[in-house]
Write a new protein. Structure first.
Length: 101
């Protein structure tokens, strides 16, 4: 009986972790790098919907602050990217960015 409860607990934890990972992936928006301003810590992205910010428009181009200026060294103009953005006191900020494969 204890072994069955233990296995059920492991299965529940596994399901919760995979659901959290899937939700985090769903928060990523797709975009294209249009401009990088390293000195200002900003990036211009043409992007699709950003669900977690209730931005449903497709094809918008916006300037975003970046949480960590080192992120700007990972991408270049023309790259297709996936990114996560959040509202912050300084404005909408990119908190994660990665090149699309």
């Amino acid at each position: 009986m204890k072994k069955r409860n233990f296995m059920a607990g492991i299965l529940a934890i596994s399901f919760a972790l995979s659901s959290a990972a899937a939700m985090a992936q769903a928060d990523l928006a797709k975009g294209e790098v249009k401009k990088i301003d390293e000195s200002a810590g900003k990036i211009t992205l043409k992007h699709g919907p950003i669900k977690n910010l209730d931005m449903d428009e497709d094809g918008m181009t916006m300037v975003f602050r970046v949480q960590d200026p080192a992120m700007l060294k990972q991408v270049k103009v023309g790259d297709k990217v996936q990114f996560q953005a959040e509202r912050a006191t300084a404005g909408i900020t990119v908190t994660k960015i990665e090149k699309q494969k």
